[in-house]
Design a protein around this ligand. Structure first.
Ligand SMILES: Cc1ncc(COP(=O)(O)O)c(C=O)c1O
Length: 382
């Protein structure tokens, strides 16, 4: 942690408006169609919604619920729902004799490569310089061709789009740009299934807070749209959490409009290292999110270890670096009463955390937690 950067930052969204939810492109129909399609895939099962009472006691809140996306279709993250669904739609439209191209910091590309493999199609995946060898290996194992490019995630998105335009490839991006909206809409519609499952799993229970991590903002927007529709004005306080090193959504909220920021340094939360918010996601989060938060990387290892150990008899949870952003924020905020209060947290709070990934890079996981994911014996079936 550097002295110049606060460990945690909260920005209350002055534009938040619960009276007029804007689902943007994520209409009821788009979400329902994606959810029905994915529920029909072989091997589909809702991911577990865990109760972590020991962690709740430690934090001083009434409940912590953990939606564990680590086992999603065997791909390690919620991203299995987005890219692969977009590929399925494109195959329906164009047939399988096409090349799919995507830029990724790991998880999105894995989903696209998996979808392409099932369709017997070719996948070319663009990786920026900071993507770990473990994440590259997982992509190659799915048969993807890899192109390494200089720069960061946002650069890899641009290079992928340029190459695809020249070669007639189908780009499957999780972010949108001018004239390119349909595919990222499908990607986000796929993500909405996480929230639809959580709503069903919670029954009459209502969280007071939902913390969702933001990269380009796609998964946060999808969950926000789904929860607002399901729970209306009773929907919990919606907090978007980003790494301090890549807080483009927070900066957008602060400036009152979508803002691109430079990535000066790669965060350990690799999946969240994005400086350019998706315009489609921003349309939803602009008024849909109640708070934007940024947390320092230093809080990631303690969050991963806490989950791996299972506090006071809680089930042990394998959660990767980008998956723990919400818990990292809670740990950082717990140290400062004014930050805790700014988030409206107290002993009655019931917090829903979205654990967006498991050990998607096994080596990095082992380095941080001190033992391998397979040794973190949990009660969660994988
Ligand atoms: C594990 C994980 N969590 C969260 C995110 C953020 O998703 P989005 O870019 O849609 O905001 C990503 C993106 O790659 C991710 O890999």
């Amino acid at each position: 942690m550097t002295a110049s950067r606060p460990a945690v930052e909260i920005f209350a969204n002055p534009r938040a408006d619960r009276s007029a939810p804007r689902p943007g492109v994520l209409t009821h129909e788009a979400r329902a169609e994606a959810q029905a399609a994915i529920r029909a895939w072989p091997g589909y099962a809702p991911t577990p919604l865990l109760d972590l009472p020991g962690l709740a006691r430690r934090l001083g809140v009434a409940a912590v619920r953990w939606k564990d996306e680590g086992g999603r279709f065997g791909l390690g993250s919620f991203k299995a729902l987005g890219g692969a669904y977009a590929v399925q739609r494109l195959v329906r439209e164009h047939g399988g004799d096409v090349t799919f191209a995507a830029a990724t910091d790991g998880n999105h590309g894995r989903s696209v490569a998996w979808g392409a493999k099932q369709a017997g199609a070719r996948a070319v995946i663009y990786l920026h310089a900071g993507v770990s060898p473990g994440r590259e290996a997982a992509l190659r194992a799915l048969g993807a061709e890899i192109v390494r490019v200089a720069g960061n995630y946002d650069d890899s998105v641009r290079q992928c789009a340029r190459a695809a335009a020249e070669r007639g490839w189908q780009v499957v991006s999780d972010t949108a740009w001018e004239g390119y909206r349909e595919v990222p809409t499908a990607v986000m519609a796929g993500y909405s299934l996480i929230a639809a499952e959580a709503v069903a799993q919670m029954g009459a229970e209502r969280p007071t807070h939902v913390l969702v991590q933001g990269g380009v903002g796609g998964v946060a927007a999808a969950i926000c749209a789904e929860l607002r529709e399901a729970w209306g004005a009773d929907a919990p306080r919606f907090v978007v959490v980003e790494p301090a090193l890549a807080a483009c959504l927070l900066e957008s909220a602060r400036r009152g409009g979508r803002t691109e920021i430079p990535i000066a340094e790669e965060t350990v939360m690799a999946g969240l290292s994005c400086g350019d918010p998706s315009p489609l996601a921003w349309e939803i989060l602009d008024t849909g999110a109640d708070d934007f938060a940024a947390v320092d990387d230093a809080w990631v290892p303690p969050a991963m270890r806490l989950l791996a150990d299972g506090e006071s008899g809680d089930p042990r949870v394998v959660a990767g670096e980008s998956g723990v952003a919400g818990l990292a924020l809670l740990l950082a905020a717990r140290e400062r009463s004014e930050t805790w209060a700014a988030l409206g947290l107290d002993a009655g709070s019931r917090v829903l955390l979205i654990g967006t990934e498991g050990a998607t890079d096994p080596e990095i996981y082992r380095e941080i937690v001190g033992r391998g994911a397979d040794e973190v014996a949990g009660t969660v079936a994988r």
